[in-house]
Ligand binder design. Structure first.
Ligand SMILES: [Zn+2]
Ligand SMILES: [Zn+2]
Length: 143
């Protein structure tokens, strides 16, 4: 899937985007910020090199909010549907797995599991916060 491109978009279709190639990581985030912003218990993420993510339609409809310089959250201003979050400090863009339905999502890890409200017994590693290579403790928790 090296140079394959997958399409996706917002809830109403006004904004479309593509991701190309392979993500640098995939998994589930259980953090409070994801929960509050998404209004869901867990966020399924795919992390990409920013150059791999392109808005192909409706760029003028993309809203941005950042509470901290770590995360620039993007959504469609027509429908409110979430799109992706830029993480400049980590040098990656998180495209929510749910907005790229044709992409073969293969989660490998759960992160920020110490904040979970929904335990998931799927056998995947549960990081207390983040892996060491992403600036976290690398500590694993039981499911
Ligand atoms: Zn929309
Ligand atoms: Zn999160």
């Amino acid at each position: 899937m090296k140079n394959q491109t997958y399409g996706g978009g917002c809830f109403c279709g006004a904004v479309e985007l593509t991701v190309t190639g392979a993500p640098v990581g995939m998994g589930y985030c259980h953090c409070e910020s994801c929960r509050r912003w998404s209004a869901g218990p867990v966020n399924a993420f795919t992390l990409w090199n920013p150059d791999a993510v392109k808005v192909t339609r409706g760029a003028d409809r993309v809203g941005t909010y950042h509470k901290t310089p770590n995360s620039y959250r993007k959504w469609c201003t027509a429908c409110g549907g979430h799109l992706f979050t830029e993480h400049p400090g980590m040098g990656v863009t998180d495209v929510y797995a749910a907005v790229i339905p044709d992409f073969p999502y293969e989660p490998g890890v759960h992160v920020h599991y110490q904040e979970t409200r929904l335990h998931i017994e799927d056998g995947l590693p549960k990081m207390r916060d983040l892996p060491k290579e992403m600036g976290g403790s690398g500590v694993l928790l039981p499911e």
